[in-house]
Design a protein. Structure first.
Length: 106
């Protein structure tokens, strides 16, 4: 999951965490993101956040994620080049909702 790698990259660069460890704030964000992904009605076909029709993060968390992506996005290619290429490919496809109804994600 690209966003989890981005959080780890952000935490190392901004909070000085070590490889494989996150600070408390980033660990909390990581758990929140995982919980949202588990409840996503798109399942494995989830589009990238920018193209997703559902805003599944609370506004305060959405601001945190924006900071993480702004910092990590330009650095992802050098750290995770293959994952970055897949992310760009995913950014150009649309996903259909798999469930019959949208669940409340907040």
């Amino acid at each position: 999951m690209t966003v989890l790698k981005m959080i780890a990259l952000f935490c190392r660069g901004q909070h000085g965490s070590t490889e494989g460890a996150l600070c408390d704030q980033c660990e909390s964000l990581n758990r929140y993101v995982l919980a949202r992904l588990e409840r996503c009605p798109f399942g494995d076909d989830k589009p990238v956040c920018d193209r997703c029709p559902i805003h599944c993060y609370r506004p305060d968390v959405r601001e945190q994620i924006k900071r993480v992506m702004k910092y990590s996005g330009p650095r992802m290619f050098f750290r995770y080049p293959i994952l970055t290429v897949y992310h760009f490919i995913d950014a150009h496809r649309q996903a259909a909702v798999k469930s019959s109804g949208m669940r409340d994600l907040n």
